[in-house]
Write a protein that binds this ligand. Structure first.
Ligand SMILES: [Zn+2]
Length: 115
């Protein structure tokens, strides 16, 4: 998971030169861990510091981390479907809805003028 790795290497304050200062070994979220002699894949590892201090800054990766494909925190004003956006200004799920909404408001405007 390249993007997760990038977030850790660039944003985690405990990540120095591939090592985690908290665990005093390689970052388990990147290199994976070991528990009673059994290898644990990086995707199954967790880090409390990362969850609390690094992850909330990136909602998309937060969803990936917790195994949720998409956190639908917005409702599209065009089609009414839920969608995910980190931007507070986002009102539409995509360009298609934004454009058709603009077209509709134009049409209403023109109808009023025609009367
Ligand atoms: Zn929509």
């Amino acid at each position: 998971m390249e993007t997760m790795k990038k977030l850790i290497t660039t944003s985690c304050a405990n990540y120095i030169d591939g090592k985690c200062l908290l665990f005093d070994r390689e970052c388990p979220l990147i290199s994976g861990g070991e528990y009673r002699g059994k290898k644990i894949p990086a995707s199954d590892c967790s880090c409390t510091y990362f969850e609390k201090a690094v992850l909330p800054a990136n909602k998309t990766l937060e969803a990936v981390y917790y195994g949720i494909d998409t956190v639908l925190n917005k409702k599209c004003k065009g089609c009414g479907k839920g969608f995910n956006s980190v931007s507070n200004k986002a009102m539409y799920c995509g360009d298609v809805c934004r454009k058709s909404a603009n077209r509709n408001s134009h049409r209403k405007y023109n109808q009023k003028r025609a009367k």
